[in-house]
Design a protein around this ligand. Structure first.
Ligand SMILES: Cc1cc2nc3c(=O)[nH]c(=O)nc-3n(C[C@H](O)[C@H](O)[C@H](O)COP(=O)(O)OP(=O)(O)OC[C@H]3O[C@@H](n4cnc5c(N)ncnc54)[C@H](O)[C@@H]3O)c2cc1C
Length: 605
């Protein structure tokens, strides 16, 4: 219920700019209804997974409507895609043993559809993308030449529109779907509340990492995952979130791995952490994320600082190393290039010591040896950094690896598909650059299946009643959930802390529901938060980025077991259990309402 005073007109604008209608029967404002709309496929979410899927569906001739939120009223402009580098990992994709490699990297938790989808579709997806926009080669494969996702989103959205695709700039507040029918969704926009009826849905609303206090600010908090669970959807792997080992605590920003070589790392007693510095110097930074995060998870009070002041020297030395390594190829230019690079290093030092630095390095490289960590350390003694670049670092929660459960992107709700970070995609560990690869490829698999659904029995699932009231975004509540999840799942996860949080999530949700907040984002967040904790509770081990204080080692018996969570609407409780994939699979088949797991079989509560 909105508590703004009535004015002379029947309709007025709420403080948030929404059109409201004064209802004389209950003396309150409700959202004005927008005209009903209908489409074949509704796509929820306007990140790279949503726009690419919508574009592919429109291209195949399906009447497609994308609902995405373009304003910044819910914490800030949303979505991970606009911030991403848009890099595509190709290093694993052409290997024969991709499935085995992905399971190894994902610590036995990689979704079984990933390898198949990538091997079947990634090459052609990149060819298609390459014809639409410029790509550039990078170390792991390819990347958007623009360097971020913004241009990709704009361009694909425009092409979707040119193909006749429709867009609603609105916030989805409810899904009307279950195991037996797909009817549509309810949304709010500046004009009021609306209903979009559809025969099929593709959910691409991003991940749920935003529910954690230390998350990269993409403002994606998993609200659609909450609605999906409310409809009877099954979620898998929710306990796993990828973490970045070197979050800048002051700026709440990632420190890109490629900016770390040459850094000095200090602990709380101002002691240098040389093993880590060496690893970074030798460009093993990507591998060090997991080690760094595990260290912090085991020592939640530990403080670490990164000092980037010596990076200019490091970078000049790398230039020199590059020339030394490619010496033979440079041919007769080699000596000249080497001298120039050496002079470049010496120039960073005070005038009086330049000659000495030049001679010292010349001596080292006389046998074409490259400059290693020990030499770098020695040179640093005479180097005076121009500025101090020291800051405190801690792990940041980057993106979620679990999410809506699916079989080849088809969920257990009838005609409801999922793609993007919203789904269970990867494992317990990082697979850099594979999310975009997978999300591009998954659109083709969804498109193929859509043909079967809309081609033969394209009947819609029937109409549905709009839920009255309006949704509410409460940043205060979000902050409390974020802190709870951070403290009980990230900082010190034990069974008793988890139970304490679950109890709080339930009580808070109960209060919201009793007070008419059925459409509130908070209800959805609290269901997802409980689901994360239930999945975390049933995993009685530590694996990858997931760490439990009361079970600090990995248990090999749990390697190929996946957590599986569902919501019991009548009891308003979430339950979860660990199952092998062949027992999850039957539950994920749609039209299998009778196969839905019983709350009684839950192990967690
Ligand atoms: C800084 C950063 C760099 C990254 N770099 C890479 C990389 O180089 N390569 C790679 O493969 N991966 C990378 N990742 C991961 C990857 O970018 C993300 O997982 C991916 O972009 C997610 O895309 P998405 O479309 O699923 O979700 P998002 O881009 O998060 O979009 C979700 C959309 O859904 C909308 N939405 C949510 N709820 C609702 C609702 N109720 N109603 C209406 N709309 C809603 C949001 O507004 C948003 O537009 C990076 C991630 C980050 C944070």
């Amino acid at each position: 219920m909105v508590s703004i005073p009535p004015n002379d007109a029947d309709f007025g604008r709420s403080p948030a700019g929404l059109f409201m209608e004064f209802s004389s029967s209950n003396h309150c404002f409700r959202l004005r209804d927008c005209p009903d709309r209908s489409t074949d496929v509704a796509v929820v979410g306007g990140g790279m997974a949503g726009v690419w899927s919508a574009y592919q569906l429109a291209k195949a001739g399906f009447r497609t409507t994308m609902v995405a939120c373009g304003d910044d009223e819910r914490g800030g402009l949303q979505g991970a895609s606009r911030r991403a580098a848009g890099a595509f990992n190709l290093s694993l994709v052409n290997g024969e043993k991709m499935e085995a490699m992905l399971q190894e990297i994902g610590c036995g938790q990689t979704h079984p559809s990933v390898a198949r989808t990538l091997s079947l579709h990634l090459s052609s997806a990149l060819r298609e993308l390459g014809a639409l926009m410029e790509l550039k080669p990078v170390k792991i494969g390819m990347a958007l030449a623009s360097g971020n996702g913004e241009q990709f989103l704009e361009q694909i959205r425009r092409r979707f529109g040119e193909l006749g695709g429709e867009m609603i700039d609105g916030w989805v507040t409810r899904l009307a779907a279950d195991a037996g029918s797909c009817r549509g969704l309810q949304y709010e926009c500046r004009e009021g509340a609306g209903k979009l009826r559809c025969k099929a849905m593709v959910l691409a609303p991003g991940g749920y990492a935003g529910l954690f206090a230390n998350a990269v600010k993409t403002h994606c908090c998993g609200n659609v995952l909450g609605y999906y669970l409310q409809c009877g959807g099954i979620a898998t792997n929710l306990e796993f979130l990828f973490k970045h080992g070197y979050g800048n605590m002051e700026a709440n920003e990632l420190t890109p791995t490629e900016e770390l070589p040459g850094a000095e790392i200090y602990d709380a007693r101002s002691q240098r952490v040389e093993w880590l510095e060496q690893m970074l110097f030798n460009r093993q930074g990507t591998n060090s994320h997991l080690q760094a995060v595990q260290f912090w998870l085991r020592n939640p009070e530990a403080e670490f600082y990164v000092d980037l002041s010596h990076r200019p020297l490091y970078l000049k030395l790398q230039e020199l190393n590059g020339i030394l390594e490619n010496g033979e190829k440079a041919g007769h230019h080699f000596e000249a290039e080497k001298t120039l690079a050496l002079a470049g290093v010496a120039d960073l030092f005070p005038k009086k010591s330049r000659m000495e630095v030049f001679d010292r390095i010349s001596g080292w490289i006389a046998s074409r040896r490259v400059i290693d960590y020990a030499m770098f350390e020695e040179l640093k003694h005479g180097f005076k950094p121009a500025e101090s670049l020291k800051f405190r670092v801690q792990p940041l929660t980057y993106f979620s690896m679990g999410g809506m459960g699916h079989l080849d992107f088809s969920t257990n709700l009838k005609n409801v598909f999922v793609t993007g970070e919203a789904m269970h995609d990867f494992g317990a560990n990082r697979v850099g650059g594979l999310p975009w690869s997978l999300y591009l490829s998954s659109a083709y698999v969804i498109r193929e299946q859509m043909g079967g659904i809309l081609g033969e029995n394209g009947d819609d699932g029937g109409d549905f009643e709009m839920t009255s009231g309006r949704s509410h975004y409460d940043p205060g509540l979000l902050g409390k959930i974020q802190q709870r999840l951070h403290d009980s799942q990230e900082r010190e996860l034990t069974a008793s802390r988890a139970m304490e949080s679950i109890d709080w999530f339930r009580r808070t949700r109960g209060d919201l529901l009793r007070n008419g907040g059925r459409l509130d984002d908070g209800v959805a967040w609290l269901i997802v938060a409980e689901a994360i904790m239930q999945c975390s509770l049933c995993r009685t081990e530590s694996r990858g980025f997931f760490f439990r204080h009361d079970f600090q080692n990995s248990d090999e018996r749990l390697e190929r077991l996946f957590s599986c969570a569902w919501y019991d609407r009548a009891a308003d409780e979430v339950a979860a259990e660990l199952l092998p994939w062949d027992r999850i699979e039957p539950r994920l088949r749609h039209n299998q309402g009778e196969n839905k797991p019983e709350l009684a079989c839950a192990t967690a509560i």
